[in-house]
Write a protein that binds this ligand. Structure first.
Ligand code: SF4
Length: 375
């Protein structure tokens, strides 16, 4: 049987230093460590690529992939091309952070076929960047953006964060307007979460920082939607908007239960209904032939719930056809009472093709999702 194309995710765990809010699998590392890691990663790509279907999206994420030097970027690109069938029209993204990009690295991105760059801007307010513990300032973010444009990148995402400690609605609007003025094809906007184990979490507990209240958080979110929609962006996922037709094809795979393969430290995969993930220990990753650490065969209940949770993130909603294809059931058959209840509460709406969150439902997405957790 012909297999569907997959999304290929590649994790680069290195960063210059840890941001104060960050709970991603990332840490600093010297050149020798980065080199050894790239070699181990290329080895994994060789093993996993052998029997893989074509990858029509590739996403190099992190961490900060742009801390890799040109020689390592080229080596990684070569391993991707040699071991995976990546069609010419594939979306090939890389994450980059201001303060780590150089012309030489950007040229290396182009050489290996990258055609989309996701830039970790977070804020265009120097005071807030300092609070976040970012290594760069607003001016560097803009310089990086311009440099990417000068080198021909015509598909750029900017990552932004809101509900930051000490951020006013006016500060947020300012960042949004400056970001929109740059004219990126895609924007992501996430509300800050104080994750356990981060410096921010400790600061919060000790009373050195305060969390934005729900009203402020929602006001900022709504303001983002207004500004982005007025500037011609289409809001297509809870936290993402793009120029029409330039949605992130790789992330859409996550939101539609498509297959993806993750390579690199701690990377997660979902293939043929099986979730598996690699070791999160660098030493083990470098030394062990077998990188997989955990395997979980999804039960039918897992599949139903995941299809709901990911599908409802999309503004156009969860397609009934997709639900039927993935789970083998009609959505009403499984979730009739939950759908009725959330429609009555004004949180969900139903069309012939899909169920989707209403405006109110988008604000209370977590509460809606909880209704669909089966006990
Ligand atoms: S750059 Fe990103 S991954 Fe690295 S420490 Fe900061 S938030 Fe975490």
């Amino acid at each position: 049987m012909m297999k569907n194309n997959i999304g290929l995710y590649i994790h680069i765990p290195f960063c210059i230093r840890k941001c104060r809010y960050c709970d991603f699998l990332s840490f600093p590392g010297d050149y020798e460590t980065r080199k050894a890691y790239t070699e181990a990663l290329c080895g994994e790509l060789k093993t996993r690529g052998e029997e893989s279907p074509p990858a029509d999206t590739v996403f190099i994420g992190g961490g900060t992939p742009s801390v890799l030097e040109e020689d390592l970027i080229l080596k990684l690109g070569e391993a991707i091309r040699e071991n995976f069938d990546v069609p010419a029209e594939a979306e090939f993204s890389i994450e980059a952070n201001p303060g780590t990009l150089t012309k030489e690295k950007i040229k290396a991105f182009r050489e290996i076929g990258v055609n989309r760059v996701s830039l970790g801007v977070q804020s265009l307010d120097d005071r807030l960047l300092e609070t976040l513990g970012r290594i760069h300032r607003a001016g560097e973010a803009k310089d990086s953006y311009r440099m990417l444009r000068e080198h021909g990148f015509n598909n750029i995402n900017l990552d932004l964060m809101f509900a930051l400690p000490g951020q006013t609605a006016g500060d947020w609007e300012n960042t949004l307007k400056q970001a929109v003025a740059l004219g990126p094809e895609h924007l992501s906007f996430y509300g800050l979460i104080f994750e356990e184990g981060t410096a921010f979490f400790e600061d919060l507990k000790a009373g050195r920082l305060t969390e934005a209240d729900d009203d402020t958080d929602r006001e900022m979110y709504h303001r983002a939607l207004e500004i982005l929609e007025a500037a011609g962006y289409r809001h297509y996922e809870i936290s993402n908007a793009s120029k029409p037709g330039l949605e992130s094809r790789h992330n859409l795979k996550y939101w539609t239960m498509a297959d993806y393969l993750g390579c690199g430290l701690g990377a997660h995969s979902y293939l043929d209904g099986v979730r598996f993930s690699n070791t999160e220990e660098l030493k083990e990753y470098l030394e062990r032939e077998e990188k997989t650490d955990r395997v979980h065969v999804n039960t039918e209940k897992d599949i139903r719930e995941e299809t709901i949770f990911t599908g409802l993130r999309l503004v156009e909603g969860l397609s009934k056809k997709l639900f039927r294809r993935v789970t083998g059931h009609e959505i009403r058959e499984v979730y009739g009472p939950q759908i009725e209840k959330t429609i009555r509460q004004g949180l969900l709406e139903e069309t012939e093709e899909a169920i989707r969150l209403t405006k109110k439902g988008l604000d209370l997405a977590n509460a809606v999702m909880r209704e669909f957790i089966e006990v």
